[in-house]
Design a protein around this ligand. Structure first.
Ligand code: OOG
Ligand code: MG
Length: 263
């Protein structure tokens, strides 16, 4: 159940989208709306999505966030959160990311699943996800909270489209059955230095469980994951702050690498 009026949802959505488009940080919205609920937060996120779509922006995928054990424990969460990917967020592998368009970006190593049939919750499990997966491929997410100092609580971050800002998909695709998704190792380098390492199990114990959670959460709003959806599962490494001039390269076990540069 939500506690905000339709008008409040629209105002907050506009406010957060302006912060994104102008690359200006704002205070956490829960400071002004302490009683807002998770449903309110998703109402705001879906309103931002509607605003963008109404201007012709295409939604090119979904992302999961707060999927690591550390984040779940730190924030006392029951489930991860989701957000959407806008067309302008896609950066080609090896491409340039304009730092000035962002507030305080961080990079995270992720994996993306691409579905071949619709996934409709409730009750979707890892097995359903693996059966519905066309292929898996590497992706690097650039997160950028619109909140001052990256300081947020779970409802603020959900409303802010789970800090989605840019993403780079690349490397090699593979069938899920040919990968050891839990053990799949990842090495994140910034400016040639290894700064984070991780394995797939960082994502809710198994990356496919993140997709199951997305299907089941979308079902609560009468939505499903359509066939052909690109979904980033959540961070395998801790997010690393980057500044203008930094370049990153992420090596994925058996799946090549993904790179990019902040200009
Ligand atoms: C929220 C988004 C986190 C992930 O992969 O866990 C996220 C944030 O920390 O800003 O994208
Ligand atoms: Mg992420």
């Amino acid at each position: 159940m939500g506690s905000l009026s339709k008008q409040q949802v629209e105002e907050i959505a506009q406010h957060l989208e302006n912060a994104e488009l102008q690359a200006q940080s704002v205070a956490r919205i829960t400071d002004d709306y302490p009683n807002m609920t998770c449903d309110d937060a998703y109402d705001i996120q879906w309103e931002i999505r509607r605003l963008k779509s109404s201007r012709g922006t295409k939604i090119v995928g979904m992302k999961m966030g707060l999927t690591s054990r550390a984040e779940i424990a730190e924030m006392g969460l029951e489930k991860p959160c989701y957000g959407f990917l806008a067309d302008y967020a896609a950066i080609p592998d090896g491409g340039d990311i304009k730092h000035d368009e962002l507030i305080h970006p961080k990079v995270e190593a992720e994996l993306a699943f691409v579905t071949k049939v619709p996934l409709k919750g409730p009750g979707i499990n890892i097995g359903d996800v693996l059966r519905a997966t066309d292929f898996v491929m590497p992706a690097v997410e650039v997160i950028d909270s619109r909140y001052r100092d990256f300081s947020f609580d779970v409802n603020s971050v959900i409303a802010d489209n789970a800090s989605s800002s840019r993403f780079v998909a690349g490397g090699a695709m593979a069938k899920a059955e040919d990968l050891d998704l839990k053990n799949l190792g990842v090495v994140l380098e910034v400016n040639g230095n290894v700064v984070q390492i991780g394995a797939g199990a960082e994502v809710l114990g198994h990356p496919a469980s993140s997709i199951a959670s997305l299907a089941n959460q979308l079902a609560e709003r009468g939505e499903e994951i359509p066939a052909g959806t690109f979904i980033m599962v959540g961070a395998i490494t801790t997010a690393v702050s980057v500044k203008k001039g930094d370049h990153f390269n992420v090596r994925y076990q058996g799946l090549g690498s993904v790179s990019g540069r902040f200009v």
